[in-house]
Design a protein around this ligand. Structure first.
Ligand code: ZN
Length: 150
């Protein structure tokens, strides 16, 4: 990764950590799931508003490290207006990007989420970045009220 690109990515992560987007409790949420990453201590509650299979609103509360906060902030922005299938597709791509199982990642398809591509170099931080998405996955599947990365 080029240094200037890395700097830009860092800046976006810092920005979302300082000013998390959609950081609020949602009244009358259709889905509400708590996520916990015991490795780092990241905790979040994800709220979703659904219209059929479209995510019309997403917000969160909680506290965690910069990576987990930036990740959930970016995620709540990007999934708004997406269908469940589109959100699942993004989750798959995001997971491939952060775990590094895929050599050639199409960063363009990930949009702003590409700023988190750097975590693949820090395996201990991958769960910080994917916590939001595992929580979203559980919320969409309506599987549980609380999930843990462990
Ligand atoms: Zn963390």
């Amino acid at each position: 990764m080029f240094e200037d690109l890395r700097d830009l990515y860092q800046e976006v992560i810092f920005d979302h950590n300082r000013n998390p987007r959609n950081f609020r409790v949602m009244e009358n949420a259709d889905r509400q799931v708590e996520g916990f990453n015991p490795l780092c201590g990241d905790r979040l509650t994800l709220f979703l508003k659904m219209d059929g299979d479209v995510i019309t609103d997403a917000s969160f509360q909680g506290s965690g490290c910069a990576i987990s906060t930036a990740s959930v902030s970016l995620m709540t922005e990007i999934v708004k207006g997406k269908t469940e299938a589109e959100a699942q597709e993004l989750f798959t791509k995001f997971h491939e990007m952060t775990t590094g199982k895929e050599e050639h990642i199409n960063l363009e398809a990930l949009g702003k989420l590409a700023v988190l591509a750097g975590v693949r170099e820090y395996p201990a931080r991958v769960k910080c970045a994917t916590l939001a998405w595992h929580t979203l996955d559980a919320a969409l599947k309506n599987e549980a009220n609380a999930i843990s990365t462990e």
